[in-house]
Design a protein around this ligand. Sequence first.
Ligand SMILES: Nc1ncnc2c1ncn2[C@@H]1O[C@H](COP(=O)(O)OP(=O)(O)OP(=O)(O)O)[C@@H](O)[C@H]1O
Length: 235
Amino acid sequence: MTSTAAHPLLEITTPGQPRLVARGLVKRHGATTALAGVDLEIGEEESLALTGPSGSGKSTLLHVLAGIVTPDEGTVALRGRRVEGMSERERALLRRGRFGFVFQHGQLLSELSALENVALAAMLDGEPRAYAEGLAAQWLARLGLAGDQGRRPGEMSGGQVQRVAVARALVTRPDVVFADEPAGLLDEATSREVLRVLVDSTRAIGASLVVVTRDPLVAGWCDRRVELRDGRLDP
Ligand SMILES: Nc1ncnc2c1ncn2[C@@H]1O[C@H](COP(=O)(O)OP(=O)(O)OP(=O)(O)O)[C@@H](O)[C@H]1O
């Protein structure tokens, strides 16, 4: 499942460095300081569980690390290249090609089948349609959804939908996968099933993973766990 698309950001390689490095991140929302100075490094192929109480800044940190939200202060670098210094176009390319996302809900297009949803991510990353559909079919089969390719999100269970979302995030073989309580709306058993698939599949393709989770068992599956409190990482 190798990507054939030439990617303008693929030349970003600095061997030996952590994959993602955040320094001095501060983010304010009006009077609220969501991030109050966060330093974080994420290694090559490392999985990191991001935990902490409600309102502690987990989602904000994930969005800043992923280049979705610009910090008020501080820097984020992917393999040595500053993300917050990129143009909007470069950041969009980065998000589409080098990052994968799994959110709580809403990331699949309801009018498209599971196969089309996954293939679309690969097509947006530059793959031709037939190749993208082949990749999508392989990923769906790998995640136990071989028989569900033609189903739309409304015709699948919550757990199946989130597994399609995992396939969608991984089909571009991203460097880093960001997941914000990706199974937060599911029952505990189904949620853990989805998270297990996410952690294992991310590891299998050599991607790094940042996952926001409240579940200590899931956090235990990750290589490392950090806790945010009032916008700071607990030492
Ligand atoms: N767009 C926004 N506008 C205003 N305040 C915001 C915004 N986004 C986040 N905040 C505030 O910033 C703080 C951190 O929010 P954030 O969503 O990052 O926390 P969280 O740890 O992910 O919370 P939860 O576990 O409840 O999802 C909170 O006080 C929140 O109310």
